[in-house]
Design a protein. Structure first.
Length: 303
């Protein structure tokens, strides 16, 4: 079984390509200083940050011009899959200035203003504007290892970027404090604001990124769901895609860094009683995302 997992991991690494970059600006020419929230996402990967939609990016050339293309997939609870056919696609030419819209809102819990624009680029390595001081950088890593060699997604915010939870309407402001640590303030209707640290160092997170399941045709990664989860209450989510989380505050499901051990142990004991063989497969491949909650990690820092 271990040799199969290693083979699939090698196959996955060889299958993926470049990184698709959405570099944020506050004008339609994408000139001047970088401003807002941006992304760098691994080509071909099927991923979900907010566990509401799945996305997958590719690149192509048409009449000598290079483009990126992505699809927004409806998400089945408990699965990170990009299998559906005949869905509409979004396209943008590489080097163009692309206006933000709902199909480029890859994290609904941190929605950015519609007047933000993105410079579209493609690089061989994950990208963020490293020369921009005071920027919050969130790195999502997979393949069961927290290292720069396993970065699949980078999400970043320039200092004092405003975002809104598209579900609750909570307003958020991203900033680095005087100690150069990442923080996010949350406000309810413009008041009752409070500061939330966004400091992660190889913190376990939900299986945002489909690894062996996508290629081997497994059941897909499990969800940690609940709009009250994330930056304000990490243990409000559950490790079962069929259950929902609760709690105050707002944040993407990708920021659930505390797993309810009692709940997880109970599920593991029940599964062991029912089918020990299937549990061993889950532990080896992450299939189902129940017994292998540490396949994916998040780290954060300020530039």
């Amino acid at each position: 079984m271990k040799s199969i997992v290693l083979f699939l991991s090698l196959l996955i690494n060889l299958s993926f390509g470049n990184y698709i970059n959405f570099i944020p600006y506050d004008n339609s020419d994408c000139t001047g200083s970088v401003s807002g929230g941006g992304w760098s996402m691994l080509e071909y990967a099927c991923f979900s940050i907010d566990v509401r939609y799945n996305y997958q990016f590719t690149t192509y050339t048409l009449n000598g011009e290079e483009f990126i293309q992505w699809t927004q997939f409806p998400r089945v609870v408990g699965k990170t899959q990009c299998f559906y056919q005949d869905l509409p696609t979004s396209n943008a030419s590489i080097g163009s200035c692309y206006k933000n819209n709902p199909l480029s809102t890859f994290d609904i819990f941190r929605s950015l203003p519609s007047n933000q624009y993105y410079l579209i680029s493609v690089t061989s390595e994950p990208f963020y504007p490293s020369n921009k001081a005071g920027m919050i950088v969130l790195q999502y890593m997979g393949n069961g290892e927290c290292s720069n060699d396993n970065i699949e997604i980078i999400q970043y915010f320039t200092n004092n970027t405003q975002s809104v939870d598209g579900i609750t309407g909570i307003q958020m402001n991203w900033y680095c404090n005087n100690a150069n640590e990442p923080y996010e303030s949350q406000c309810f209707n413009g008041k009752n604001c409070f500061a939330m640290p966004q400091q992660y160092k190889c913190s376990p997170t939900h299986p945002f990124f489909n690894t062996s399941d996508e290629i081997s045709g497994g059941t897909g990664a499990g969800d940690y769901s609940g709009t009250g989860s994330g930056s304000s209450s990490g243990n409000s989510g559950t490790s079962d895609g069929g259950s929902s989380g609760s709690g105050s505050g707002s944040g993407s499901g990708a920021f659930i860094s505390i797993i309810d051990q009692n709940d997880k142990n109970k599920k593991n004991n029940d599964n062991n009683n029912n089918n020990n063989h299937n549990n061993q497969f889950e532990k080896s491949t992450g299939d189902g995302g129940i017994t292998k909650p540490h396949d994916n990690y998040i780290s954060s820092f300020c530039t």
